[in-house]
Design a protein around this ligand. Structure first.
Ligand SMILES: Cc1ncc(COP(=O)(O)O)c(C=O)c1O
Length: 365
């Protein structure tokens, strides 16, 4: 066996264990485990699933899907207000990140990104043998644009941006994005996975900047993380390159149809988002009252919390014993003492608040 030498020290993407495994470890029932670590919706889109069920018999699963994904692309185009020819459907936003990396990054090239950010940007960059240049954010996790631009040179072919940023929740100024587009020759990728929660988008700016590209997903506000649908929105010259790196059949026909149904009936998304945003603000105000806790503002469906005088791993473990899973960031120098919590249903959030207060009042050590 001859694995790649350049990946010998590579740090892969890290996940929390499965719900079943957590339940087994802590002696709980799987249905009592609340996933507040994956930033997905607490709501299942039941009308979409009902519509899909009624069509299942007609989907020709013995055939490959339509490789052009025309119906899905048209539904995406209608939803974002862009030309269907300039949209690339993907197997989740992660595959969109992979496709960009495969098309634009290789050994000898680099990608720059403000950090901390979504860690898959680094993973996908390094898997291409390219160099990932993380540029530390300023106070309040604001992007340091001057340093970001200084980190870019002739080798830099991608700049990864994220709005709202995962895991910090803050937004990105439109002026910042435009400046990066103007002052670098790299492809500037804006990951808008949480767009529906922020209401912001730079799709409009695509007509002004040839080197801009937007990534979206149905995994978050649409409540379809298990269906794995994402997409890229870009200009013709970029889409031509992306199509060279796109696998022909990475979205199954059933999933593609499910995505199209959801996009065509997206009214439910606004209702779910309103509920989640209301809960986010309630959670933030409840948690902000606690001593030793700093809750960062967020325009997404999660909150980043810094524990000023408690060990984040200990608090996370105490929550796990009660069946509540949050994301922690051991070893990340920018996020020491931080946990990220997905906003869930009111009942689940109340359960979290109670368990979190108990974890904070437990003796240390
Ligand atoms: C910023 C960001 N981009 C992409 C993804 C992956 O999304 P998908 O489920 O569509 O692959 C996530 C998931 O957490 C994310 O936070």
């Amino acid at each position: 066996m001859r694995p790649r030498e350049d990946l010998s020290g590579f740090e892969p993407y890290a996940w929390e264990p499965s719900t079943e495994e957590i339940a087994r470890t802590f002696g709980l029932r799987p249905e009592d485990v609340v996933r507040m670590d994956t930033n997905v919706s607490p709501y299942r889109p039941s009308a979409v699933m009902r519509a899909l069920r009624s069509e299942l018999d007609r989907i020709e699963v013995n055939q490959y899907p339509d490789t052009s994904y025309r119906e899905l692309r048209e539904a995406m185009a209608e939803y974002v207000g862009w030309d269907p020819e300039l949209i690339v459907p993907t197997n989740g936003a992660d595959e969109a990140i992979d496709i960009v990396s495969r098309a634009f990054l290789a050994k000898g090239r680099s990608a720059a990104s403000p950090v901390p950010t979504y860690s898959y940007f680094r993973v996908a960059t390094e898997l291409q043998g390219a160099e990932f240049r993380g540029v530390a954010r300023l106070e309040g996790f604001i992007e340091d644009v001057d340093s970001l631009l200084r980190a870019c040179d002739r080798s830099t072919s991608v700049v990864w941006l994220c709005d709202p940023n995962n895991p910090t929740g803050n937004g990105l100024e439109e002026g910042t994005i435009e400046r990066v587009c103007r002052e670098t020759e790299a492809l500037v990728v804006v990951d808008e996975a949480y767009h529906e929660f922020s209401g912001r988008t730079v799709v409009r700016l695509l007509s002004r900047h040839e080197n801009l590209c937007v990534i979206r997903t149905l995994s978050k506000a649409f409540g379809l993380a298990g269906i794995r649908i994402g997409y890229l929105v870009a200009n013709g010259s970029v889409v031509r390159e992306l199509n060279k790196a796109r696998p022909p059949n990475s979205i199954g026909s059933v999933n593609a149809r499910c995505g199209a149904i959801a996009l065509k009936s997206h009214g439910y998304v606004r209702r779910d988002v309103e509920r989640i945003v209301r809960e986010r603000e309630r959670l933030r105000s409840e948690l902000s009252r606690l001593d030793g806790v700093l809750v960062y503002p967020s325009s997404a469906n999660f909150l980043l919390i810094r524990l000023l005088d408690r060990d984040a791993s200990e608090v996370k473990r105490s929550l796990l014993r009660k069946g509540i899973v949050v994301r922690s960031f051991e070893g990340n120098p920018y996020l020491s003492g931080c946990v990220r919590v997905t906003v869930c249903s009111r009942r689940e959030n109340d359960r979290f608040i109670r368990a979190f207060k108990e974890a904070l009042s437990a003796p240390t050590g």
